[in-house]
Design a protein around this ligand. Structure first.
Ligand code: HEC
Ligand code: HEC
Length: 243
């Protein structure tokens, strides 16, 4: 979908939410107190705490956000950023910020948007995809088992080149993969808790929209929604027990 940027040139993109300057001072304050130590003074992901971490804090000046409800390549909506800030990112140093007030979360989101010019371009915004509710069969072990098998077949067709037969991230294509900055990137070990969230819907959303800046593109459109639920059932079924 193409959205018009100039007034009068067509319908404006209703999802266009450029940084709201009224939150700037409060947002900077929240950022400096809670985020700067990792994400850095200018948001480049180079804060003091990062030394020797295998997973770097996000560089906000690049405006590449992984965990979204919008199509691959688009900016996240506020609710996506709020989810990351409130729930953290499992298996990474990105903490859970449950103590922040709602208005502080909103303010820091608006502040982050001032750190990259991409947030001023309506073309980078999109409506979130429709996120269906999990099918009732997830609660019926016998039917669920059938869908796990369907999902396994789909996984072996579509996903193992990167994620590998064991879903441990060691597919044959894995060694050559690079991210959008040209750095080597490893497919996720899908037996571990997902970084993109813990619920069934988080898994569905991630498979549907993909992970920006990585070779993990979204499968929305390429696979029907029901197939993606089968994949979610399979991926859930192979989780290793927590240590
Ligand atoms: C202890 C270090 C640390 C602190 C403090 C921290 N972060 Fe992060 N943050 C990270 C790391 C590491 C990642 C990358 C996680 C990944 O790649 O999955 C990240 C990723 C993110 C992302 C990217 C999500 C996406 O979709 O790509 C956002 C947004 C974010 N942090 C916001 C914040 C905000 C806002 C604060 C302060 C309220 C904050 N972070 C504080 C370490 C930190
Ligand atoms: C071209 C290679 C490639 C293909 C094909 C691929 N993936 Fe991925 N996938 C990746 C990479 C690389 C990552 C890690 C991205 C990152 O580190 O942020 C990933 C991450 C994921 C994640 C997120 C894990 C998390 O912690 O949130 C899920 C879920 C996932 N893939 C599922 C699938 C499924 C299901 C398929 C098949 C329909 C698939 N992938 C196909 C490369 C691929």
């Amino acid at each position: 979908m193409v959205f018009a940027a100039a007034p009068g040139a067509g319908p404006a993109n209703p999802w266009f939410h450029p940084p709201d300057p009224s939150y700037f001072e409060q947002g900077r304050y929240v950022y400096e107190r809670n985020c700067l130590i990792c994400h850095g003074a200018y948001g480049r992901g180079d804060g003091e705490l990062v030394q020797n971490w295998p997973i770097h804090p996000r560089n906000f000046t690049k405006a590449v956000f992984k965990y979204r409800s919008t199509p691959y390549g688009k900016l996240p909506i506020n609710a996506d950023l709020e989810r990351t800030i409130r729930h953290g990112v499992s298996g990474t140093p990105m903490p859970v910020f449950s103590q922040l007030r709602d208005q502080d979360v909103r303010a820091v989101i608006e502040y982050i948007k001032t750190l990259a010019p991409e947030w001023k371009n309506p073309d980078n915004y999109s409506a979130p995809i429709d996120l269906p509710a999990p099918p009732a069969w997830f609660n019926d072990p016998a039917v669920r088992a059938e869908h796990i098998l369907e999902g396994r077949t789909q996984f072996f067709t579509t996903c193992i080149p990167c994620h590998g037969e064991k879903a441990d991230g060691n597919g044959i294509a894995a060694p050559g993969l690079v991210d959008s900055s040209g750095q080597p990137i490893h497919p996720a070990d899908l037996r571990q808790p997902l970084r993109s969230g813990a619920t069934l819907q988080d898994a569905w959303r991630t498979i549907a929209v993909g992970i920006n800046g990585t070779p993990m593109v979204g499968f929305d459109g390429a696979l029907p929604p029901a197939r993606i639920w089968d994949l979610v059932a399979y991926v859930e079924s192979i989780k290793v027990a927590a240590p």
